[in-house]
Ligand binder design. Sequence first.
Ligand code: ATR
Length: 276
Amino acid sequence: MLTGKARLAGVIGWPVAHSRSPRLHGHWLARHGIDGAYVPLPVAPDDLARVLPALARAGFAGVNVTLPHKEAALRLADEATAYARTVGAANTLIFKDGRILADNTDCFGFLADLRAHGVDPAGQGALVLGAGGAARAVVAALRGAGAAVTVTNRTRARAEALAAELGAAVLDWAAVPDALPSTRLLVNTTSLGMAGQPPLEIDLAPLPDGATVADIVYVPLETPLLRQAAARGLCAIGGLGMLLHQAQPGFSAWFGVTPAVDAELARVVAADIPRR
Ligand code: ATR
């Protein structure tokens, strides 16, 4: 039940219908009995610059932003965290005293989920596959956490640009098998393995025992890469945990409660996501 004092937040995307954030935040609102709402906000790219200040003036506490608005949201913000500036994109906006503060909580979410699995990337050799927007967040997070990062991408020029900007080394896509023996953490940020896409064909046999394989894909929950990693006895981390953890800082800023990322939340958010 909402009162006249309800706190408001939401997610802006175009389209936004696929977003799992309303379900995620809705679960937390219900669990904590908060007088608040989190709503999907379909906003066309040309309208973003007018909508953001309007939402702030209408009393919203803030919003998440998803595709295709993440870069534009950062440009429209008055202030940004180091992660948002480094990645060049924002996914969480906080409206405060007439100003828009931008954060990129994908970095926090990725690291928080690694740590929830007992993985500390500090001082580790990490190999990141892919050089798109998702790779930028993962590389920024790993660099911030003190990992030695190498980036590889089908289109090498994109890996070079990303690596030069974020302080990583570059490896040729064809040389991945040679790099596996010295890789403690392998992260897939490409779309390979996603529902409707071909699988990522890498033989994980050369990875050292005790290595971790993380895939930021969460549809399906278990990509062929993760199944291969688990079958080899490696630590296999899917993308769902990053999605859940990235939501936490926004919720806490907007609604004043730091919610738990636990098995119940995972079950609620994953309810309609195929396992494989
Ligand atoms: P996002 O912003 O979500 O990361 P993106 O910018 O489209 O998305 O990046 C997709 C990533 O998946 C890229 O690294 C892409 O490689 P290219 O830069 O060479 O396009 C990678 N990718 C997509 N399909 C691929 C395939 N069939 N083989 C190898 N990499 C692929």
